[in-house]
Design a binder for this molecule. Structure first.
Ligand SMILES: Nc1nc2c(c(=O)[nH]1)N[C@H]1C(S)=C(S)[C@@H](COP(=O)(O)OP(=O)(O)OC[C@H]3O[C@@H](n4cnc5c(=O)[nH]c(N)nc54)[C@H](O)[C@@H]3O)O[C@H]1N2
Ligand SMILES: Nc1nc2c(c(=O)[nH]1)N[C@H]1C(S)=C(S)[C@@H](COP(=O)(O)OP(=O)(O)OC[C@H]3O[C@@H](n4cnc5c(=O)[nH]c(N)nc54)[C@H](O)[C@@H]3O)O[C@H]1N2
Ligand code: SF4
Ligand SMILES: [Mo]
Length: 680
C-alpha cells in the first residue's frame, strides 16, 4: 500500500472527498508532517488545477484546534454538549456491551445506523459500515436525502444514471442550467460553459426560483415558481411538436411513445403553462424555439427541482426534452442529471448484503428520522451516526432534535467536529479527515475514478470509518474474514467487476500508478439503454405498473398549509451542506444567512432591507435578516446555507421544512414547504 505519511515534506496528489460533483484532483503541500496548503492538481483533465474557495481554505479545518481529538462520554444532560475524555477501549466497550444487551432484549432492529456522504470515499461512506450493520442485523436506513427522487425519475426515462461526458459540453451552443446553482455547486461545469461561450458563442440560460450567482452568470435568467418545472418542460414540448422542431427520425428509432406524447402535450399550451409557472407566454415561446433550433444543446439538471413533492416526475419530464430534438446523437448535446452509472463498481462485494440474515429487516427513510425516533414501534433504542449531521440537515428538524433527546435512546456520533448532532451523543468518536485515509472515489458528474492515499498521520486519536467498524466488529465478536480485509484489498476487489464494461482498465494498480483513470467511454447512443424497451421511454409502461402516469405530467405540490410564501432553503457558496458551518474561516467568508424577499411583498408588510424577521410555520421557526429585491418572485422567499446555531443564533432552516417524501424513491421535499414571516 502506498502512503505519503512517512515523507514529512513535499507535494502529494489527492482528491477532494466532499459531496460535490466536481470531485477535484488536488495537490497537498506538506511541511514538517503538516498540511500547509491545498491546491488543485493542474494535471486533472476536468478540474485542471482550479478548486473552490471552500477547499482552498481547508487547511484551517484539518488542523483546527476544535477538531475532536479523542473519544468522549456525556457528562451533562442530553443535548447540553458536556463531555469528558475516555479511552478508545472504554468507548468501544461501552458501545458493544450496550448493543449486545439490546440485541438480547429487543433484537438487532432496535439499532439504527444513520449516515450520508460527509466523505464520498466508497470505503468510508458505503463499505465496512454496510458489512458491519448487515452482519449485526440492524434496521436498514434508506439513504434518500439527496438525489433519489430525480434519480428514479431519470431512470424511468433513460434507464439509469447515464448522461453525457461533461468534457464534451465545450461544444455546446446552448446550455441550460435547470435548477442547479452551478457557480457554487458545480464550478467546473461553469468553466466548461464559459469555454463554450467563448468558443462557440454558446448561450447560457438559467431556470431557477432564485436569482443567485449562477443566474447572474447567465445570458438569460428565467425565474419560475417552485415546483412547477415539469409544466414548463411540457409547454416546451407542446411548442416543439406544434412547430415541428422535433427530430422524427430519432424519435422513431430511439424512443417509445412519442405519438402518445404529442397528443398528451396539447393540453400544455403556453397560456396554461404561464399561469402555472409564472413564466410569461412570450418567454415560453422564446425558450422552446431556442431549444428547438440550437444544436448542440445541453441541459444540466440540478437538485433543486427534485427536492419537491413532485420531484421525481419533474426530472423524468425534463429528461425527455433532449430526445425530442435528437440531441443525444450530437457531441455536446443531451443532458446530465447524474453520471454514476458509468463508474458503478461491485457494491455487492463491498457491502456484503448476504451478511444480513433476516431479509425482512425493517427500513427507515432517513428523511423521516425524527418521526422514526418518536413513533416507531418497536422503538429504535440506539442510533449510530457517522458522516452526517442530521440535527441540522434533516427535514422537520424540531422533530429530529426531540427524538435525539429521548432519555432511552443510546446515541453514538462519529465525526471530526462537535456538530449540533454530536451535542446529543452519549458517546463521541473522533474521525480522521480524508487526507488521513486510503480510499477510492467515483465522481457522479465526470467520468474519472480516483484514489486517495494517506498524506498525514491520523489527527490525535482519530480513526477512519473503516477502522472503527473493524474494531466494533471485533468487539461484537464478528469473526468473518469480511472484517479483516485491508483497504487495498477492498479497493482491488470492488473494481473487479466485468459486468460494467465502462470500468475496464480501472484497477487498484492503475489508480496507484496514475491517480485517476477515465471510464472506458462510448456514446450512450446508438446502443441499448437499460430501460425495459432498451430505448428512451417517453411513454413508460414500467411507470404505469408502479402506479404513476406513464407520460410526463405536471402534478401540483401538496397542500402545506395556507401560508403566503413558498420557502426555498438551498445550499450556499462557502459551506458544503453543514460542513464548514462550524469553521470560523468559512463562516466569515459567508458572513450571515439572508432571506431574499420580493419588493412587493416587503412593501406590503413594511419590511426593509436589513430587518430581522421571524420565519415560521406549524413545524417551527427561525430568525433571518432580510434582503429586499427582485431576486425572487412575489410569493417566494429563499435563503442559502445550513448554518448551525452558534452563539445563541436561531438559524436552523430545517426547523421549517416538511418531512413528507417525494413522489418517487422516498426523496426529500426541502423546497416544498410554506412559511409566513413576521417582523421582529
Ligand atoms: N458550495 C456548495 N456546493 C455544494 C453543496 C453545498 O452545500 N455548497 N452541496 C452539494 C450537494 S450534497 C448537492 S446535492 C449539490 C446540490 O447542488 P444543486 O444541484 O445546485 O442543487 P441545489 O443547490 O439544492 O438547488 C439548486 C437550485 O435549485 C433552485 N430551486 C429550488 N426549487 C426549485 C424549483 O422548483 N425549480 C427550479 N427551477 N429551481 C429550484 C434553488 O434556488 C437553487 O438555486 O451541490 C453539492 N455542492
Ligand atoms: N434545507 C436544506 N437541507 C438540506 C439540503 C438543502 O438543500 N436544503 N440538502 C440536502 C442534501 S442534498 C444533502 S446531501 C444532505 C447532506 O447532509 P450531510 O450528509 O449531513 O452533510 P454535511 O452537513 O456535510 O455533514 C457531513 C458530516 O460528516 C462529517 N464527516 C466528514 N468526513 C467524515 C468521515 O470520514 N467520517 C465521519 N464519521 N464523519 C465525517 C463532517 O464533519 C460533517 O459533520 O443535506 C440535505 N439537507
Ligand atoms: S468541493 Fe467541489 S469544487 Fe471544491 S474542491 Fe471539492 S470537488 Fe472541487
Ligand atoms: Mo446532496
Amino acid at each position: 500500500m502506498t502512503s505519503y505519511i512517512n515523507q514529512p515534506d513535499g507535494v502529494f496528489p489527492s482528491v477532494c472527498s466532499l459531496d460535490c460533483p466536481d470531485q477535484c484532483g488536488l495537490l497537498i503541500h506538506k511541511r514538517d508532517g503538516k498540511i500547509v496548503k491545498v491546491e488543485g492538481d493542474p494535471n486533472h483533465p476536468v478540474t485542471k488545477g482550479n478548486i473552490c474557495n471552500k477547499v482552498r481554505n481547508m487547511t484551517a479545518r484539518i488542523h483546527d484546534e476544535n477538531r475532536l481529538k479523542y473519544p468522549m462520554k456525556r457528562t451533562g444532560a442530553k443535548g447540553e454538549g458536556m463531555f469528558e475524555r475516555i479511552s478508545w477501549e472504554e468507548a468501544l466497550q461501552t458501545i458493544t456491551s450496550h448493543w449486545k444487551e439490546l440485541i438480547e432484549s429487543d433484537g438487532p432492529e432496535s439499532i439504527l445506523p444513520y449516515s450520508f456522504y460527509g466523505n464520498m470515499g466508497n470505503l468510508t461512506a458505503e463499505g465496512m459500515d454496510r458489512r458491519f450493520f448487515n452482519r449485526l442485523g440492524a434496521t436498514r436506513l434508506d439513504r434518500t436525502i439527496c438525489s433519489v427522487a430525480g434519480g428514479v425519475g431519470y431512470q424511468y426515462t433513460m434507464g439509469g444514471s447515464f448522461g453525457i461526458d461533461p468534457e464534451d459540453t465545450v461544444h455546446s451552443k446552448l446550455i441550460i442550467f435547470w435548477g442547479v446553482n452551478a457557480v457554487s455547486t458545480n464550478m467546473h461545469q461553469i468553466a466548461l460553459a464559459q469555454q463554450a461561450r467563448k468558443q462557440n458563442g454558446a448561450k447560457i440560460v438559467v431556470i431557477d426560483v432564485h436569482k443567485n450567482q449562477t443566474a447572474k452568470f447567465a445570458d438569460w435568467f428565467i425565474p419560475i415558481m417552485p415546483g412547477t418545472d415539469s409544466a414548463l418542460a411540457l409547454g416546451m414540448m407542446h411548442i416543439l411538436f406544434k412547430e415541428n422542431m422535433v427530430d422524427h427520425a430519432f424519435l422513431q428509432q430511439y424512443t417509445v411513445g412519442y405519438e402518445e406524447l404529442r397528443e398528451h402535450v396539447i393540453q400544455y399550451d403556453p397560456k396554461t403553462v404561464s399561469n402555472i409557472t409564472g413564466v410569461p407566454i412570450e418567454d415560453i415561446y422564446t425558450l422552446a424555439r431556442m431549444y428547438g433550433t440550437t444544436s448542440p444543446s445541453y441541459i444540466r439538471i440540478g437538485n433543486g427541482p427534485q427536492h419537491h413533492d413532485n420531484g421525481g416526475m419533474c426530472i423524468r419530464t425534463i429528461s425527455c426534452l433532449p430526445a425530442l430534438t435528437g440531441q443525444w446523437m450530437v457531441k455536446g448535446g443531451g443532458a446530465i442529471k447524474g453520471n454514476s452509472g458509468y463508474l458503478e463498481y461491485n457494491a455487492y462485494y463491498l457491502q456484503r448484503p448476504d451478511l444480513l440474515k433476516n431479509k425482512k429487516t425493517r427500513r427507515v427513510n432517513m428523511n423521516q428520522i425524527g418521526e422514526a425516533l418518536l413513533t416507531l414501534d418497536p422503538p429504535i433504542k440506539s442510533l449510530y451516526i457517522y458522516s452526517s449531521n442530521p440535527a441540522v440537515v434533516a427535514p422537520d428538524g424540531n422533530k429530529v432534535r426531540k427524538g435525539l433527546l429521548r432519555e432511552d435512546l443510546f446515541v453514538v456520533v462519529h465525526d471530526l467536529f462537535l456538530t449540533e448532532t454530536a451535542k446529543y451523543a452519549d458517546i463521541i468518536l473522533p474521525a480522521t479527515s480524508s487526507y488521513e485515509n486510503t480510499d477510492f472515489y467515483a465522481s457522479y458528474w465526470h467520468h474519472y475514478m480516483q484514489i486517495q492515499q494517506p498524506v498525514i498521520e491520523p489527527y490525535e486519536e482519530s480513526k477512519s470509518n473503516v477502522e472503527v467498524f473493524k474494531l466494533l466488529a471485533k468487539g461484537m465478536g464478528f469473526d468473518e474474514p469480511a472484517f479483516q480485509e485491508t483497504e487495498a484489498e477492498l479497493i482491488a476487489k470492488s473494481l473487479d467487476y466485468p459486468r460494467n464494461p465502462y470500468l475496464e482498465g480501472i484497477t487498484y494498480e492503475a489508480l496507484v500508478e496514475k491517480q485517476y483513470v477515465k471510464a472506458n467511454m462510448k456514446p450512450l447512443l446508438p446502443g441499448r439503454l437499460k430501460t425495459p424497451s432498451g430505448k428512451i421511454e417517453l411513454y413508460s409502461k414500467r411507470m404505469e405498473k408502479d402506479g404513476y402516469p406513464p407520460l410526463p405530467t405536471y402534478i401540483p405540490l401538496q397542500d402545506d398549509g395556507d401560508l403566503p410564501f413558498a420557502f426555498v432553503p438551498a445550499p450556499n457558496h462557502n459551506f458544503l451542506n453543514s460542513t464548514f458551518s462550524i469553521n470560523d474561516k468559512h463562516r466569515a467568508l459567508e458572513k450571515e444567512p439572508l432571506l431574499h424577499i420580493n419588493v412587493a411583498d416587503a412593501k406590503e408588510r413594511d419590511i426593509q432591507d436589513g430587518d430581522v424577521v421571524k420565519v415560521w410555520n406549524h413545524r417551527g421557526e427561525c430568525e433571518l435578516k432580510v434582503t429586499v429585491g427582485e431576486t425572487v418572485l412575489p410569493g417566494v422567499v429563499a435563503t442559502q446555507g445550513l448554518w448551525q446555531n452558534l452563539d445563541g443564533a436561531n438559524q436552523l432552516v430545517n426547523s421549517l421544512t416538511p418531512d413528507r417524501v417525494s413522489d418517487m424513491g422516498g426523496g426529500a421535499t426541502f423546497f416544498s414547504g410554506r412559511v409566513n414571516i413576521t417582523k421582529k
